[in-house]
Design a protein around this ligand. Structure first.
Ligand SMILES: Nc1nc2c(ncn2[C@@H]2O[C@H](COP(=O)(O)OP(=O)(O)OP(=O)(O)O)[C@@H](O)[C@H]2O)c(=O)[nH]1
Ligand SMILES: [Mg+2]
Ligand SMILES: [Zn+2]
Length: 387
């Protein structure tokens, strides 16, 4: 008995056990239901070997297809028996169960097949809101239908940020990003626009700038900012979730599209969605009268199907938005106003920070590039947090 225990310890299956303990019962049920496939998957946890340092490296043999796609959730697409699966979209990701909506509209509470988690090496979570998945429905004693996610389809538009040095995929499969700001309460921070624009450009997601709460200001005040971004070819919409101003146009922009919303807490992301589609009934809260900041009311990304067609992901307000996988040398290329000048600098590897004969700095001095945009560039190049 004690020998056996020791042996298990030596094999260091600890992280598997950790995954398992809290839902061993649930796992048992899945196992009963789907013997060949599920057991086969579990048995793949076969080959383990001790490395020189005494650490265990796990090696698995899986049946599937290698994916050479940086947007894929996993490096391999596992072979699954599609006749037993339903297709769905991940509405919300949770620690143990995630909500998945099947094509008929039913929402299932799904666990993720452990093998998928094991294969996911770099991300914080293997799933993201917006993911398209295949899952096996499982019978349940309760009211909520349940399932087991067995495959995550390759992703298209992926918005990621860096969280403690790891990739955090906020949403998957979106075609446009609404960068939401408020004209007041909290005060407008243009540098966050630039940061989110770079993230969208990198991800090849169409950005749209949305300035909410314009009922609180004289819109004329916003003209310089609107003009700057409109000139760069970014759509800019002025809206008010409270007065309804601009909502018909916003609805047209979102109709039949896959949209994600991002912005600081309290700018009114959830309020806008409620105003567009009152059925959604998303929780909102006033900004703090003392700090003029939002209260982080939305706590995890959530996908909604819109009554007028299309899907949208509401996201929690960001304090910081650290770019993921953008190297400093790449940043200038994502600034539409800076990009045309970079080839005219004397040094081909010019950083446009302190070099002489820098065409970018000359363009700033000549008012061809907006000074604040250039400062945003410098912050992003240096990897500074949002100021
Ligand atoms: N005056 C005014 N207030 C608004 C408008 N839109 C939203 N608000 C208010 O702003 C506050 C914050 O709105 P939320 O929708 O919770 O903001 P959020 O961006 O979803 O915030 P988080 O979920 O914390 O990220 C609420 O009190 C809303 O009523 C607007 O157009 N005008
Ligand atoms: Mg919200
Ligand atoms: Zn330069």
């Amino acid at each position: 008995m004690s020998k056996k225990k020791k042996k298990q310890k030596k094999k260091l299956r600890v992280d598997f056990r950790k995954n398992r303990t809290t839902r061993s019962r649930r796992r048992e049920r899945f196992r009963d239901l789907d013997p060949e496939q599920f057991d086969a998957a579990e048995d793949l946890a076969a080959e383990e070997r001790l490395s020189g340092k005494g650490e265990v490296a796990r090696r698995r043999t899986v049946v599937g297809q290698q994916l050479d796609d940086e947007n894929a959730a996993l490096p391999v697409q596992l072979e699954v028996d599609q006749s037993r699966c339903l297709a769905g979209r991940v509405l919300r990701v949770g620690g143990l169960v995630s909500q998945v909506q099947a094509e008929d509209g039913t929402v299932y509470h799904c666990a993720v097949r452990r093998l998928l988690k094991t294969l996911s090496t770099h991300e914080r979570h293997v799933l993201a809101a917006g993911d398209r998945v295949l899952f096996h429905p499982v019978p349940t004693s309760g009211d909520v239908p349940e399932g087991l996610i067995v495959r995550i389809e390759p992703r298209r538009g992926v918005l990621s940020r860096a969280t403690r040095g790891r990739e955090h995929v906020i949403v998957a499969n979106v075609d446009q990003l609404l960068i939401v700001l408020s004209a007041e309460e909290p005060p407008l921070k243009p540098n966050l626009i630039d940061r989110l624009l770079v993230a969208a450009e990198k991800a090849q997601i169409q950005p749209v700038i949305l300035i909410n709460k314009i009922d609180l200001v004289d819109p004329v005040r916003l003209q310089p900012l609107v003009g700057l971004y409109a000139q760069l070819g970014y759509p800019v919409l002025l809206v008010s979730a409270v007065s309804g101003f601009g909502l018909p146009r916003l609805r047209r922009v979102m109709q039949d599209k896959q949209t994600a919303l991002a912005g600081q807490s309290g700018v009114g992301k959830s309020s806008l969605l409620n105003a567009l589609d009152p059925r959604l009934n998303i929780r909102v809260q006033p900004v703090s009268p003392d700090t003029h900041k939002g209260r982080h009311t939305t706590t995890s990304a959530q996908l909604y199907r819109l009554a007028f067609g299309g899907w949208v992901v509401d996201t929690p307000g960001v304090r910081q938005f650290e770019l993921w996988d953008v190297v400093p040398e790449e940043v200038a290329g994502f600034f539409r106003d800076i990009r045309p000048f970079v080839n005219r600098c004397r040094y081909p590897d010019c950083t446009h920070m302190s070099e002489d004969a820098c065409a970018v700095k000359d363009a700033v001095a000549d008012y061809l590039i907006d000074t604040r945009r250039y400062e945003s560039y410098c912050h992003l190049f240096l990897g500074n947090p949002v100021d």
